[in-house]
Design a protein around this ligand. Structure first.
Ligand code: ADP
Length: 643
């Protein structure tokens, strides 16, 4: 029952960068995008198929279609919005802008895209694309995210120092007490504060600050509610003497291959009381320490402003401008933020892959997934960005609460919210546009068929008869493919013209950061490879936990057992680690070893085998070793199969 993560209204638009191939189909090359505001706002509200704006747009489109002939017409992308929940309004506007077809009540036939408000598991879907990944909601819960980041911190401590030191309650309470005591002993000038955040909470719910592990609120709460206790960042960057955080929208477009986009602008949410470093006297002052919109909206000092540079919600770009005018290195800040986002997603992908294969096993036609995530980031005084949390369901509401008279609140449309969020949703859709992919595929077929046998490496060595057979197969495939398109078109009603004009949409607000910067980050993706090993030995499709037999097979096939490490020791390792992870009460649905437990076992094996190396090298060496033996095994099986 995921509640929407709080997210305030705000406003849009960093200076637009180069368009990234996201122009609507039919846009002439080099066509300049309209300034964002013109494209977005005007004629968009009420421009649906029934409204006058819609009619006008279609009229224009028809003329446009006439000019460009049949090539300008194509079946419209279909979107099931019946489960969109609070993102519905922003989605509707995006679809009208794209002239895509919405099915607000769902559809008997498959749709191209399913837009879910909460999670992947809203429906039984077998094709198309869903805007949620299975397991994402679980992965970004406070405890799971802390664990995933901590595992990466064990491997790459320096690279992952953008996440505050954290402990998981209740199981790590003794560790928390010990470590804090040790740190205080080694540095008596360290006067820490800690923030306690209940697992699964949002909107600042149940959060409190403590100065010492012995605080009665902390010790009293231990048995009741799992939580993360985290070092509090005492010296945040202040603007107008106020603490603020940043909400950035990130699109995880694909898991395999990994594709990540970041929205060029975000929102800054401000506290409503001037900030002071935490003392016993001010620890409870939420308007001073917590930046949540849902809390600060209730402060008398909350300022609604339509100006992006003032008020309690501003654009991140307005903050950057201000910092830049003070001489701050804003470029470095952006690159640090991009690096934080990529590294965080790298920490999440191994487990996401396990969830993915469980819900969408290889061989099943679909669906494929993509997801918009909300990253909450705090800037330290020295401009270092720190990750606070990741939201799987960032609020896409385009209205905000306003106090009309004292104590009387009403939801009013928020043009700034609309501009930011509609742009993120619309441009996400442009990036995942299934028509774009189909056009590419069809082009691929045509090119292939036009090849003469001598020109195509695919046909080289084929006898004439073979070639004829092959190209016949291809052209049949192409015909079938085109027919499929026209069937869809028939089913969808008359073909629709392209969007009103090629220049009607602004350039994409989402910027690709992965694979663009893959070279710099690929060395961190060790656990993806461990996850691939894990998945290989899961056996029965649809599970997320490894049984004892699977673990033994892994050890045997990778040749990890020897006279020093007997199969009996393997069983003991399996039982010890699995029991401990299962006793933490994360997931009782299935028995067996979860990925995190497998990773722990893998680290143990790596340490045993490659004693003197640093941990990440031990792990990398063991992965190479396992992959080598598995490849040899596959080769052997292939040869035997052929034989
Ligand atoms: P929630 O999901 O309930 O909003 P967050 O983790 O986002 O939980 O924390 C709520 C607020 O508390 C943040 O917006 C931020 O202002 C503040 N906060 C959270 N963690 C820290 C921290 N480690 N140091 C300083 N402030 C923090």
């Amino acid at each position: 029952p995921a509640r929407e993560a709080e997210e305030p209204p705000g406003s849009p638009a960093l200076p637009a960068e180069e368009p990234q191939g996201g122009q609507p189909a039919g846009a002439p090359p080099g066509e300049e995008a309209l300034p964002a505001a013109a494209g977005r706002e005007r004629g968009v509200r009420g421009a649906g198929p029934q409204g006058p704006g819609g009619r006008a747009a279609r009229g224009r489109g028809r003329r446009g279609g006439g000019e460009s002939g049949r090539a300008g017409r194509r079946p419209r992308v279909t979107v099931d919005s019946s489960k969109a929940k609070t993102s519905l309004e922003a989605l509707k506007i995006s679809l009208r802008q794209l002239r895509w077809r919405e099915f607000p009540l769902g559809r008997r036939l498959p749709c191209d895209i399913y837009w879910h408000g909460v999670s992947f598991h809203d429906n039984d879907i077998f094709s198309g694309q869903v805007n949620k990944f299975p397991g994402m909601t679980e992965m970004v819960r406070k405890i799971t995210l802390s664990r995933a980041v901590r595992t990466m911190q064990d491997l790459f401590p320096l690279e992952y120092n953008f996440y505050p030191r954290s402990w998981i309650l209740p199981e790590e309470f003794p560790l928390f007490v010990d470590e804090v005591r040790m740190l205080k002993d080694s540095d008596p000038s360290w006067k820490p504060t800690f923030i306690v955040k209940p697992d699964g909470g949002c909107q600042g719910d149940g959060i409190y600050l403590v100065k010492d592990p012995s605080d009665i609120r902390l010790t009293g709460a231990i048995p009741s509610r799992p939580a993360v206790v985290q070092e509090y960042i005492c010296k945040p960057l202040l603007v107008d003497k106020l603490k603020f955080d940043i909400r950035l929208y990130v699109l995880l477009k694909s898991l395999e291959p990994l594709e990540i986009y970041i929205a060029k602008d975000g929102l800054s949410r401000f506290c409503t009381e001037p900030y002071q470093e935490p003392t016993l006297k001010n620890l409870h002052q939420v308007f001073m320490h917590l930046t949540n919109y849902s809390l600060n909206i209730h402060s008398g000092n909350f300022i609604h402003s339509d100006d992006a540079n003032t008020g309690s919600k501003r654009t991140f770009s307005s903050i950057l401008c201000r910092l830049s005018s003070r001489g701050a290195d804003v470029k470095k800040l952006w690159s640090d933020i991009i690096s934080l986002v990529i590294k965080t997603i790298i920490a999440l992908t191994p487990e996401l892959k396990v969830y993915y294969q469980s819900d969408i096993p290889a061989g099943k036609p679909g669906p494929t997934c993509f997801q918009i995530l909300g990253f909450d980031i705090l800037l330290m005084k020295n401009l270092k960005p720190m990750l606070l949390e990741v939201n799987a369901n960032p609020s896409m509401r385009i209205e905000h609460e306003q106090e009309l008279s004292p104590g009387v609140f009403e939801n009013v449309p928020s043009p700034v919210d609309e501009e930011v969020k509609v742009a993120v949703i619309r441009d996400t859709l442009r990036l995942v546009d299934p028509q774009k992919k189909k056009r590419k595929d069809v082009q691929g077929f045509i090119i292939l068929i036009r090849f003469r046998p001598s020109e195509s490496s695919m046909f080289s060595g084929m006898k004439d008869k073979q070639h004829k057979h092959h190209s016949l197969k291809l052209s049949l495939k192409l015909k079938f493919y085109l027919k499929l398109g026209s069937c869809q078109a028939l089913e969808q009603g008359p073909e629709e013209p392209l969007p009103a004009g090629p220049a009607a949409l602004p350039s994409l607000c989402l910027k690709q950061v992965f694979p663009k910067y893959a070279k710099q980050f690929n060395y961190l993706r060790l656990l993806d490879r461990v996850a691939v090993l894990f998945i290989r030995f899961l056996g029965v499709k649809g599970t997320t936990k490894l049984g004892p037999t699977g673990f033994r097979t892994f050890i045997r096939n990778c040749k990890l057992s020897n006279s020093n490490f007997s199969m009996a020791s393997v069983d003991i390792l399996y039982i010890d680690i699995t029991r401990r992870w299962n006793s933490m009460g994360i997931d009782h649905k299935e028995s067996g070893m979860c990925l995190q437990a497998f990773i722990e076992a893998f680290f143990c094996l790596a340490q045993k085998k490659y004693k003197s190396l640093p941990l990440h090298e031990q792990v990398a060496s063991l992965i190479d070793f396992c992959e080598y033996h598995l490849a040899a095994l596959d080769e052997k099986r292939l040869v035997c199969g052929r034989g």
